[in-house]
Design a protein. Structure first.
Length: 134
């Protein structure tokens, strides 16, 4: 189901409009989703982090502060889920999401959002962390 939502972003007109519905984040990011992320669901962490990244790009495109704050709250919760942060690609996509939202309008508590990614040392992580912290 989440993969279908990701593909919805590709529909430039109606897809973006649908994903910007005020209630959609509450419908997608439920306790049920977080519970399933807490299990060993092989592809779910990367799928969810891809959805968050797609949202970050959309929010940045239209400069939607309300959605930015909601996405940051979602990211805060996702980085506490071990299976999400054990998957390097999932973690990277969440970090890029933070960077995208920071680019839109500087995040106030950068240290708080960078701390969960301290364990990742690869060049691609370091570049994004540096851009966020500047």
């Amino acid at each position: 189901t989440i993969r279908i939502l990701i593909n919805t972003f590709a529909a430039k007109g109606w897809g973006e409009q649908m994903m910007l519905d005020d209630d959609i984040l509450d419908i997608i990011f439920t306790d049920y989703l977080y519970e399933n992320l807490s299990k060993d669901a092989k592809f779910l962490p990367i799928t969810v982090s891809t959805l968050v990244l797609d949202y970050a790009v959309l929010v940045n495109k239209f400069q939607l502060t309300k959605f930015k704050n909601r996405l940051l709250t979602i990211i805060e919760k996702l980085v506490t889920v071990p299976y999400v942060m054990q998957d390097e690609e999932s973690a990277y996509r969440l970090l890029v999401s933070v960077g995208t939202l920071n680019y839109m309008n500087s995040i106030q508590e950068k240290t708080k959002f960078l701390a969960p990614f301290a364990q990742f040392k690869g060049e691609r992580f370091e570049v994004i962390k540096k851009e966020i912290s500047e």
